[in-house]
Design a protein around this ligand. Structure first.
Ligand code: GTP
Ligand code: NA
Ligand code: MG
Length: 298
């Protein structure tokens, strides 16, 4: 029956790597826009979600910060993703957050594609990057492994088409499918409180179809979707599987990494959220109690 029918869905790609190795610039080059220029000091502070269409095929991209303070965000990125694109600057090679990104991708069991970036720079050394990756257990094709690597220059726009083709090839192998005819579920990518609009959450729908007006539970909060916009900020009524959206209408700010579910009615949504809040309070109390006990007996 229709309720259980799986249909092909777009791949969700997370771009990871060391700080300033060019993740956001690479996405800019892919989208042909200029996001880095708009970031404060060029440092990515949050997971940004966007969509591109290549030869009529959609790809969803998540950008992650390379700064060492953002470990959990990168871990979350790796968890919601189908393929990780590891960006390594050819003039800087493998660095701590490169190694950490490799660990996240491996822990999440996600295939990796390496984008060796900044090949336009005088100090670029692609072979050294491949060797340093091999030392970390990532064997690219000319090192006898099966990890695809693509030399690119985000600045000059070189190698971008090759990279996108490799992503689509890898995605085809994964045969990604989802059911657009069920209630939506997915992950909270980021959330914040807007002074006038209230809680704003970026959700990534991974299965089902999310509709404006529906009730959702996200982590320990819930609400009815008042406004739903796509990655371009345009109001939309429906979001199919593998679509990032921003929603208004939650009663509180959920946490990035929380899962969300659309539910049939408001009351059920509130009840689920309330029982989760209750559970969280109990966990905190239990934790405090055990800490107190530990202190008493230490
Ligand atoms: P974080 O989000 O802060 O981790 O950085 P990022 O990995 O997103 O790097 P970002 O795109 O902000 O680029 C860092 C710097 O490298 C910027 O000054 C870019 O202009 C520069 N850069 C990025 N790609 C290239 C490239 O292909 N060639 C050259 N020459 N510079 C590049
Ligand atoms: Na940067
Ligand atoms: Mg960035």
């Amino acid at each position: 029956d229709k309720e259980n029918e799986l249909k092909p869905r777009a791949p969700i790609i997370t771009v990871m790597g060391h700080v300033d190795h060019g993740k956001t610039s690479l996405l800019d080059a892919i989208r042909n826009t200029n996001v880095t220029a708009g970031e404060s000091g060029g440092i990515t502070q949050h997971i940004g979600a966007s969509e591109v269409k290549i030869n009529g095929k959609k790809i969803v991209f998540l950008d992650t910060p390379g700064h060492e303070a953002f470990t959990t965000m990168r871990a979350r990125g790796a968890q919601v993703t189908d393929i990780a694109v590891l960006v390594v600057a050819a003039d800087d090679s493998v660095k701590p957050q490169t190694i950490e990104s490799i660990s996240h991708a491996k822990a999440a069991n996600v295939p990796m594609i390496v984008a060796i970036n900044k090949i336009d720079k005088p100090g670029a050394n692609v072979d050294r990057v491949k060797k340093d990756l091999a030392d970390r257990g990532v064997l690219v094709e000319d090192w006898g492994g099966d990890v695809i690597s693509v030399p690119v220059s985000a600045k000059k726009g070189e190698g971008i088409t090759d990279l996108l083709e490799m992503i689509l090839l890898q995605a085809e192998v994964l045969e990604l499918r989802a059911n657009p005819d069920r209630l939506a579920m997915g992950t909270v990518i980021e959330a914040r409180l807007d002074k006038s609009k209230g809680p704003i959450a970026t959700l990534l729908v991974t299965n089902g179809t999310l509709k404006a007006g529906q009730s959702v539970v996200a982590g320990t909060t819930s609400g009815k979707i008042r406004v739903m916009t796509n990655f371009k900020g345009e109001a939309i009524r429906k979001a199919l599987p593998a679509t990032p959206v921003e929603i208004l209408g939650l009663s509180d700010v959920p946490m990035a990494g929380d899962s969300f579910n659309a539910v049939k009615d408001d009351k059920v949504a509130r009840e689920i959220a309330e029982s989760r809040q209750e559970k969280m309070r109990e966990d905190v109390l239990a934790k405090n109690a055990s800490t107190t006990l530990e202190k008493l007996f230490s």
